[in-house]
Design a binder for this molecule. Structure first.
Ligand SMILES: C[S@@+](CC[C@H](N)C(=O)[O-])C[C@H]1O[C@@H](n2cnc3c(N)ncnc32)[C@H](O)[C@@H]1O
Length: 277
């Protein structure tokens, strides 16, 4: 390196990362990546569809939120909604929907999609899902496909916050990468099939330059994730581990048809505040 030049080398580590550092890093990362994310995954996600993960299963396939004809008139919150595609799917079924996201960049992609869409638009708001600007008991349904949950340090606090804004009897549903993935290299090929880490190691994955984090992703074992849901006062209704469908040939990061034949890639957690909705 020439004299006077400064080296900016990004390092990948597993180390603790608190809530403030995590939020700051991920807000910046998603702001910067938003346009590329839409470019890369927009067609797969659709403009007004609720796709639960890289397997490609949609809400029309899985009915995680219940009977779709029952959504009309419901008040629904999408957290970590990105381009708000899932919220738009709910809005077209007659629900009153607000989609929130930490990242202004991701909300900008939602507005881009909105400009070319003809269906009823969801409301959009910038909000950290661990500190929602809504009153207690506001929503019949709270959901997210891969939003926020792995990107916060205190996911127990996130569960409590989501439970707070749910009405009694309301439904929480969210997907995230399946916890078993954390024991394997995040690679789509055969090298991603040999465990090289511990499933039990819950230290987050951190990308950093000079130890200043630029991306942080957090892991919980299945048992700890379920405990956080129960500790938030919610009733766990289901955990879905959707299989990779044979007709999906797309690779999305570390998710691929090859790995999908061997390992679950997505976990969808469904809980309710009390027993009925
Ligand atoms: C993998 S994307 C998922 C977006 C969208 N649900 C989808 O299926 O394409 C993760 C999203 O979570 C958002 N996010 C990260 N941390 C968050 C937080 N603390 N509160 C709200 N959203 C957050 C990111 O900005 C990003 O839009």
């Amino acid at each position: 390196m020439d004299e006077g030049q400064v080296e900016y080398t990004e390092a990948v580590t597993r180390r603790e990362s608190g809530q403030d550092e995590t939020i700051s890093a991920n807000r910046g990362w998603w702001d910067q990546e938003a346009a590329d994310y839409l470019e890369e995954h927009g067609t797969f996600l659709g403009d007004a569809d609720l796709i639960w993960g890289p397997e490609g299963w949609s809400e029309d396939d899985l009915h995680v939120l219940g009977d779709p004809t029952d959504l009309a008139g419901r008040t629904i919150l999408e957290f970590g909604g990105g381009g708000a595609q899932g919220a738009r799917w709910c809005a077209t079924r007659g629900a009153r929907v607000i989609s929130t996201d930490l990242s202004a960049g991701m909300l900008a992609t939602a507005r881009l999609i909105e400009a070319r869409s003809s269906g009823p638009p969801p409301l959009l708001a910038q909000a950290d899902a661990t500190r929602l600007p809504f009153a207690d008991d506001s929503f019949d349904i709270v959901f997210s496909a891969y939003g926020a949950t792995p990107f916060v340090a205190d996911s127990a606090a996130l569960m409590a916050e989501l439970a707070r804004v749910l009405r009694p009897g309301g439904l929480l549903a969210f997907s995230t990468s399946h916890p078993i993935r954390w024991a394997f290299p995040d690679l789509p090929g055969p090298e991603g099939l040999t465990a090289n880490g511990s499933y039990f190691d819950e230290r987050p994955y951190v990308e950093a330059t000079w130890d200043i984090a630029s991306y942080v992703e957090h892991h919980r074992t299945m048992g700890h994730r379920i405990a956080e849901i129960i500790d938030a006062g919610l009733v766990l209704r289901a955990v879905h581990e959707p299989e990779w469908p044979l007709d999906n040939t797309e690779v999305w990061g570390g998710w691929s048809p090859l790995r999908g034949q061997h390992l679950p890639g997505t976990a969808i957690f469904v809980a309710s505040r009390g027993h009925t909705r």
